[in-house]
Design a protein around this ligand. Structure first.
Ligand SMILES: Nc1ncnc2c1ncn2[C@@H]1O[C@H](COP(=O)(O)OP(=O)(O)OP(=O)(O)O)[C@@H](O)[C@H]1O
Length: 304
C-alpha cells in the first residue's frame, strides 16, 4: 500500500481477507470457502455450446486469470458467475452462495467490470461512481466518502469532476474500476479490463487493481487475451478452450511443465503453453472476429 492510496475496504468482508493479502494459500488455510466454484457449468446459445462442462475453483484472495481465444466461452462463464445469465446446467457458487438460487446474495459480494462500456460519458467521474454506490445500496451517509475513496484509489481524484466523455481510454477503464469498487466487493470480476489500451494505460489499470487488493485482500477473477499480463499479474490461470478449462496452475508451473515435456532449452511463454493445450483447434477461433473487433474498437473509440 502506498501512502497516497486510500482505504477502499469499506465493510463487506474486508477485515477477514486483510489478514493475508495476496496469499491465496493462507486464505484457503483459514478454512474459508472458495470465492468461486463452478462444477459442470454449461450454457448454450442455440446450437453453440459456449460453456461446456466448466469446472473451476477460484481461491479466496488470489488473482485468477481465465485465458482463452475469442469464443472460448470466457464471457459467458463470467456472466453466469455474476448471475447475469442463468445456470442451465451444473452449479455455480460464489463464497458458498448458489448463483442460481441466491442471486441477490451473490450480487452483493461482487463488483463487475464488463467488457462493454459501463460509464456514462455525460456524467462526471464522481456522478458515475455515485450512481453505482446508490445502485449497490452503499448506506447513504457513507456514500460521499466511499465515492471519494474509490476515485482516489484508481488515481482519479483530480479528474473526479470532469465529464467522463473527456477521459482517455485508460481513465475510463479506471473509472469503471472505481464504480465496481465503491461497494467494497469481496470478489472483483473484470472482463478483459485492458483490451484496446496502450501499454502504459494497461500497466496503470493493473497497478491500481493490485494496490486496492493489497489493502482489502479481495479476490480477483479476470479474463484476458493478453498472456503477458496473465503471466505477470495472475497467481493462477485457467486456459479455456471450447467451453472448458484445459489447463490450470500458476503461470510458472505451466511454463515449467511444458519445458519438461518438450525438453526445451528455453522456458516457454504462457502463449506457448496455450498453443500446446489448444493444439491446432486454435485456428478454429481466429482472433479478430467481428465480436473482438467490435469490443476493441469500442475501447479505441473512447481513447480517441
Ligand atoms: N448472446 C449470444 N448469442 C449467441 N451466441 C453467443 C452469444 N454470446 C456468445 N455467443 C457465442 O458463444 C461462444 C462463446 O462466446 P464468449 O463471448 O463467451 O467467448 P469469449 O471467450 O468471451 O470470447 P471473446 O474473447 O471474444 O470475448 C462464441 O461462439 C460466441 O459467438
Amino acid at each position: 500500500m502506498t501512502s497516497d492510496m486510500p482505504d477502499v475496504s469499506g465493510t463487506a468482508g474486508a477485515g477477514e481477507a486483510a489478514a493475508a493479502p495476496g496469499d491465496p494459500s493462507a486464505a484457503t488455510a483459514r478454512g474459508g470457502v472458495e470465492a468461486v466454484s463452478c462444477t459442470g457449468l454449461a450454457h448454450a446459445f442455440g446450437e453453440t455450446r459456449a460453456v461446456d462442462g466448466l469446472d473451476l475453483a477460484v481461491r479466496e484472495g488470489e488473482v485468477f486469470g481465465l485465458l482463452g481465444p475469442n469464443g472460448a466461452g470466457k464471457t459467458t462463464a463470467i456472466r453466469c458467475i455474476t448471475t447475469l445469465l442463468p445456470v442451465p446446467a451444473g452449479m455455480v457458487r460464489v463464497f458458498g452462495h448458489d448463483a442460481a438460487k441466491e442471486r441477490m446474495a451473490v450480487r452483493r459480494l461482487l463488483g463487475y467490470v464488463p467488457q462493454q462500456l459501463s460509464a456514462d460519458s455525460g456524467l462526471t467521474g464522481r456522478e458515475n461512481t455515485a450512481l453505482f454506490a446508490r445502485v449497490f445500496d452503499v448506506p447513504r451517509r457513507e456514500r460521499a466518502a466511499r465515492v471519494d475513496q474509490a476515485l482516489a484509489a484508481v488515481g482519479l481524484a483530480d479528474a473526479a469532476d470532469r465529464l467522463a466523455g473527456t477521459y482517455s481510454g485508460g481513465m475510463v477503464r479506471r473509472l469503471e474500476l472505481a464504480q465496481a469498487l465503491v461497494s467494497a466487493p469481496r470478489l472483483l470480476i473484470l472482463d478483459e479490463p485492458t483490451i484496446g489500451l496502450d501499454p502504459i494505460a494497461r500497466t496503470g489499470v493493473w497497478e491500481h487493481i493490485n494496490a486496492v487488493r493489497a489493502v482489502t485482500g479481495m479476490t480477483v477473477l479476470v479474463t484476458t487475451h493478453y498472456m503477458d499480463e496473465a503471466d505477470q499479474y495472475c497467481d493462477r490461470v485457467g486456459l479455456m478452450h471450447r467451453g472448458r478449462v484445459r489447463a490450470l496452475g500458476t503461470p510458472a508451473a505451466l511454463r515449467r511443465g511444458l519445458a519438461e515435456r518438450q525438453g526445451a532449452d528455453r522456458l516457454p511463454t504462457l502463449e506457448d503453453v496455450f498453443r500446446d493445450v489448444a493444439g491446432s483447434g486454435l485456428e478454429d477461433h481466429p482472433a479478430g472476429g467481428f465480436r473482438d473487433v467490435r469490443s476493441t474498437r469500442r475501447t479505441a473509440h473512447r481513447v480517441g
